[in-house]
Design a protein around this ligand. Structure first.
Ligand code: RFL
Ligand code: PHB
Length: 392
């Protein structure tokens, strides 16, 4: 089997890249380890920047997004028992975010790709990469009972943080930057109308909490928990009582409870490798970088990488230019590091660190929160980072 670009991973990065390439008349094959139902059912991100929404429309997969996506012009920062609105739209001169589940994006991308008759091979196993530093790289894998080989011009490593592409690069070729945080998020999806139509990021003495949503009848809620907690330690009652304690205000409507339809614990990690390329292998999305979810940037970065990679491959195939491919890593890393900083900043401002410093860090966090909601300059900074900086 031969193709122009072999894409490893059918997450947002791999699927969006397949569509960008298809629009440019470039052939690709997507190889995915999991089955379709698993990939489509994985509940993760929910906040799309305008640039992400624009790309999905350009790719012709934005119809359901236009109907079902919830456009938000503001969000709340809550601390010391008060809720303060950040008016992103007004502060940035018209930017907004759209709330639409990552798995809905993935479903839309898969459905359209299969309608186009373009290949996605689900449930492939034992993927290995060969000949990355030559001009005819190969991907070997198992599909069903068959051992197969895919030759190609380029490989796109879109297989997430735990994939095989990044580890296929020889040790020493990459510089790794990494920070691990001393807590995790417990996230739930609940059949319950969101009490607030806009997201609430709450800093509370019991720890961070976030109210988000997926629709007018489904809430997405998160709370900071210890790093080594197991989901079995959290009964429904315990989850709701902790969410109420951190998110309800004395003088406002409480959260609405409802049946919990999905739950999970997510560890936090800031991670970047440089460069995002080795020979004919280009890494995109979580395969190259991860951010803690507090800034809502992970999927948006994955889509931003793919836009750059798609344009660079199109310039190679259609104009014989290799300068954009050569600049791929440096171009992406400018945005990646901006998002790394913003995600670290939001995480640092909004979580309890349990530090033994007599409350010094806690006072700094409160001061930063008061400044952020009280100063137009500080509020503008958070608003433009949150909605997505266009020029980085
Ligand atoms: P993915 O989505 O992990 O997809 C990688 C795909 O590769 C497959 N794979 C392999 N396939 C073949 N062979 C192998 N050896 C393979 N190994 C792995 C996997 O099965 C998978 O299908 O990476 P991608 O495409 O780079 O997308 C990244 C995003 O998924 C991620 O950054 C976001 O979910 C992060 N994130 C958020 N991002 C946002 O932009 N906004 C948000 O609001 C937001 N909230 C979140 C988040 C992530 C969270 N979790 C659970 C980590 C909230 C949470 C709780
Ligand atoms: C979500 O809706 O899943 C979500 C929203 C904002 C974040 C992270 C996740 O910062």
């Amino acid at each position: 089997m031969h193709t122009q670009v072999a894409i490893i991973g059918a997450g947002p990065a791999g699927l969006a890249l397949a569509h960008v390439l298809h629009q440019h008349g470039i052939a690709s094959v997507v190889l995915e380890h999991r089955d379709r139902a698993y990939v489509e059912g994985r509940v993760r991100a929910g906040v799309l920047e305008q640039g992400t929404v624009d790309l999905l429309h350009e790719l012709g997969v934005g119809e359901r997004l236009r109907r079902e996506g919830l456009v938000h012009h503001g969000f709340y920062l809550q601390f010391e028992g008060e809720r303060h609105r950040i008016d992103m739209h007004e502060l940035t001169g018209g930017s907004a975010i759209t709330v639409y589940g990552q798995q809905e994006v993935v479903k839309d991308l898969i459905a359209t790709r299969l309608e186009q008759g373009e290949p996605i091979l689900f449930e492939v196993a034992d993927v290995t990469l060969h000949g990355l530093d030559g001009d005819r790289p190969r991907v070997r894998f198992r599909h069903g009972d068959e051992a197969r080989e895919l030759t190609c011009d380029y490989i796109a490593g879109c297989d997430g943080f735990h994939g095989v592409c990044r580890p296929s690069i020889p040790a020493g070729a990459l510089t790794v930057y990494q920070k691990i945080y001393p807590f995790a998020w417990l996230g739930i999806l609940a059949q319950a109308a969101p009490a607030s139509a806009e997201l609430i990021y709450a800093y509370h003495e019991r720890g961070f909490a976030l109210q988000s949503m997926r629709s007018p009848t489904v809430s997405r809620l998160y709370l900071q928990c210890p790093l080594d907690d197991q989901i079995a330690q959290w009964s429904d009652d315990r989850i709701w009582s902790e969410l109420h304690a951190r998110l309800d205000l004395a003088d406002g409507p409480p959260l609405n409870d409802g049946p919990i339809i999905e739950r999970g614990i997510t560890a936090f990690r800031s991670f970047v490798v440089e460069p995002m390329q080795y020979g004919r292998l280009f890494l995109a999305g979580d395969a190259a970088h991860t951010v803690p979810p507090t800034g809502a940037k992970g999927m948006n970065l994955a889509i931003a990488d793919v836009r750059v990679l798609g344009a660079a491959l199109a310039a190679h195939y259609h104009a014989g230019r290799n300068d954009l491919l050569a600049a791929y890593s440096a171009t992406c890393l400018r945005r990646v590091w901006r998002a790394e900083h913003f995600s670290w900043y939001m995480t640092s401002m909004l979580h309890r660190f349990g530090e033994d410093d007599g409350g010094f860090q806690h006072q700094l966090q409160l001061s930063q929160l008061r400044y952020t909601v009280g100063s137009r300059a500080a509020a503008t900074s958070i608003a433009e980072n949150y909605t997505g900086i266009v020029r980085v």
